[in-house]
Design a protein around this ligand. Structure first.
Ligand code: 5GP
Ligand code: ZN
Length: 115
C-alpha cells in the first residue's frame, strides 16, 4: 500500500532496526519505545486493522504467532515474559493502519493494559 508507513518499512524505503524477518513477517524496534524492549511484529501483507483479517489469512496469523515466539527468544524475553498488544480502530488509538503486534518486555508490566 503506497501511503502506508509500515509497507514503506517492509520495502526498505524507511529505515528500521530489524529484529526478525522471514518471507511473510517483519519484526522491528518501535521508534518510540514504551518499554526497554519494544518490538513491532507485522505481516508483509497489508491488512489495515484486525477487523480486516479474513479466514484466508488464517495461516498468516499462525505465522505471526510463531514469529512472536521467535522474537521473544531473540530479545531474551521468552523466560521472563512479555506483553503483546494489538490496537484496533479509533477507540484503541491505532495510529498505523497496517496490523501490528507490540511486544513489550524488559520490565515488570503494570496491571493496566497500556503502552
Ligand atoms: P499503534 O498506536 O498504531 O498501535 O502503534 C503504532 C506504533 O508505531 C507506535 O508505537 C509508534 O511509535 C510506531 N511507529 C510509528 N512510525 C514508526 C516508524 O516510522 N518506525 C518505527 N520503527 N516505528 C514507528
Ligand atoms: Zn501497509
Amino acid at each position: 500500500m503506497e501511503d502506508c508507513i509500515f509497507c514503506k518499512i517492509i520495502k526498505g524505503e524507511i529505515p528500521s532496526e530489524k529484529v526478525y524477518e522471514d518471507e511473510d513477517i517483519l519484526a522491528f524496534k518501535d521508534i518510540n519505545p514504551a518499554a526497554p524492549i519494544h518490538v513491532l511484529i507485522i505481516p508483509k501483507k497489508h491488512i489495515a486493522t484486525l477487523m480486516d483479517i479474513t479466514p484466508e489469512d488464517n495461516e498468516l496469523m499462525t505465522k505471526i504467532m510463531n514469529a512472536v515466539q521467535k522474537v521473544a527468544k531473540i530479545v531474551g524475553a521468552d523466560e521472563k515474559g512479555f506483553r503483546l498488544i494489538a490496537n484496533c480502530g479509533p477507540d484503541s488509538g491505532q495510529e498505523v493502519m497496517h496490523i501490528h503486534f507490540h511486544l513489550l518486555a524488559g520490565r515488570k508490566m503494570g496491571p493496566k493494559i497500556v503502552h
